[in-house]
Design a protein around this ligand. Structure first.
Ligand SMILES: [Zn+2]
Length: 424
């Protein structure tokens, strides 16, 4: 017997505490069964249930409030059944807080462009719709029902549909999960973008149906919030249509249709128009539901996101560049492998409060990077993740105290712009 088709008191809520006038920006709290997230917040990425080179305990200490893993990678290895049996993603990786999983749509479709991970898409080498057309060189092929793809690990064939993505994400057990979407690139034709958008809308309904079914079947498990994903590339009418459609989307259950708990803003986004595109969507999306910007994490882009109504962000950039010896500082990026750091007996950034900056010098980091020591990745990742987590925390504090734009001016006045958009 159906008792509670639309879970109420399910442990997932979003409360906005501050919303400055004449702005889309807001500060609030997302509550999940595994704890709260004070927003705006940066969510570090642990793609395969680990933030590479850093202990979960350390991630907690440096201020991470939640972690985001990837359904595609965890589906292939170790498999969703293992995570389910372990008691869910958080318990499996010894993370004492909320978790997110990306649906796998982006990763599966990325296979179609040769498993390129950076969304700014160096896809110029591919001709427009070729990127998802699929041929013998492609690893993924999309149709109206789902996506067939070849594992990047062992070459085995797999198929993701909206239903499979929901099943996989329910077994992984993150607090916030995403609907399965078709992620296009800026190089697809307008006609293809329209087709992909409609496909994503129809997949959204199937995700809601499967999510509702699984939530009821697995009612003893902590509630998982489902976010719909808004695509539409660089087109104003498509972005607005997607926001309108996804906000209105409901499951087909005639007795108690459910909608999305929040929204993920996705797709290839051009740095120059990021703010404008976010405004198109966020002026339409219901204000009371949380919004997550997928795969964006460069400091200057985080400001654009916050002031245009984004609540949470994730990006692999902070940890990925750390492993190549690139670190953030208040005046821009520095490369620890450069000879200038050989005798620099000072912290990476003397304004940083991270563990690495408190205990290690650039000269030591230069040495361990040059020697290819494992500790180099650990120390640099701790610094970069702390830098980005703290920056968004500072934006939140400035929103609350009413001096957000002064804080932004002060930060950006010193920080040298460098690009960065990446999902993993
Ligand atoms: Zn530091």
């Amino acid at each position: 017997m159906r008792i509670n088709a639309l879970p109420s008191g399910n442990g997932f809520t979003f409360d906005i505490s501050h919303a400055p006038e004449k702005s889309l920006a807001r500060a609030g709290t997302i509550s999940t069964p595994h704890g709260d997230i004070a927003t705006p917040a940066f969510i570090p990425v642990g793609t395969k249930a680990t933030v590479k080179a850093v202990l979960p305990e350390t991630m907690k200490e440096l201020g991470a409030q939640a972690l985001l893993s990837n359904a595609y990678h965890l589906y292939l290895q170790p498999g969703p059944d293992v995570l389910d049996e372990a008691g869910g993603l958080a318990r499996f990786m010894n993370w004492p807080g909320p978790t997110f999983t990306d649906s796998g749509g982006f990763q599966v479709l990325s296979l179609g462009v040769g498993f390129k991970k950076v969304l700014a898409m160096d896809a110029q080498t591919f001709r427009s719709d070729d990127v998802i057309a699929g041929n013998k060189e492609r690893l993924a092929h999309v149709d109206d029902e789902g996506v067939t793809f070849k594992s990047h690990i062992d070459g085995s064939m797999h198929r993701f549909t909206p239903e499979v993505s929901m099943q996989v994400q329910h077994h992984i057990g993150a607090d916030i999960i995403f609907a399965f979407d078709e992620c296009t690139t800026l190089h697809n034709t307008r006609k293809y973008q329209e087709k992909a958008l409609e496909r994503t809308r129809l997949w959204g309904i199937r995700c809601l149906d499967e999510h509702q079914k699984l939530t009821l079947e697995r009612s003893q498990k902590p509630y998982q919030a489902l976010y719909g994903v808004i695509q539409g590339a660089q087109y104003e009418d498509l972005r607005k249509k997607a926001a309108t459609d996804m906000a209105a989307l409901r499951s087909t259950d005639p007795d108690s249709p459910i909608g999305f708990d929040g929204f993920g803003l996705g797709g290839a986004l051009d740095k120059k128009t990021l703010g404008t595109i976010l405004t198109w969507m966020n002026e339409i999306l219901p204000a009371e539901k949380p919004r997550h910007l997928l795969g964006i994490g460069a400091p200057e882009d985080l400001f654009v996101g916050v002031e245009n109504g984004i609540d949470t962000f994730d990006c692999v950039l902070a940890s990925r560049i750390a492993r190549t010896s690139a670190v953030y500082t208040m005046v821009g990026r520095n490369n620890l492998s450069n000879a200038i750091n050989r005798q620099a007996f000072e912290p990476i950034d003397d304004e940083c409060d991270c563990y690495t900056c408190a205990h290690y010098t650039k000269a030591y980091l230069h040495h361990v990077f040059r020697g290819k020591e494992i500790i180099a990745a650990t120390l640099a990742t701790i610094h970069n993740e702390r830098f980005i987590v703290r920056l968004v925390d500072q934006m939140r504090a400035a929103l609350i105290s009413g001096d957000y734009f002064e804080f932004k001016e002060q930060f950006m006045g010193r920080y040298k712009h460098l690009s960065g958009q990446a999902r993993d």
